[in-house]
Design a protein around this ligand. Structure first.
Ligand SMILES: [Zn+2]
Length: 79
């Protein structure tokens, strides 16, 4: 990842941005596509602030790498 990560970088690398409100104990996810389409794609992820729509508190950000594609194989053996 480059030193300044933007929303466009996130989308290109298939990352998502989880958002967590401590007050509400609630997880959400940033709508990166709509941030980009509304002209905020070049914004720095580090500087971006998100507020909880319920209580207005600043949300914690969690960068999420792409989820690996899980095959249909049985991953565990019952012991
Ligand atoms: Zn909240």
């Amino acid at each position: 990842m480059p030193s300044v990560v933007t929303f466009i970088d996130l989308k290109q690398q298939n990352h998502t941005l989880g958002l967590f409100c401590v007050e509400c104990n609630r997880w959400g996810e940033a709508d990166i596509s709509s941030l980009i389409s509304s002209g905020r794609g070049e914004y720095s992820l580090t500087d971006a602030k998100f507020r909880c729509r319920d209580c207005g508190e600043l949300a914690e950000k969690q960068l999420r790498p792409p989820v690996p594609v899980i095959g249909g194989a049985v991953a565990y053996i019952r012991s």
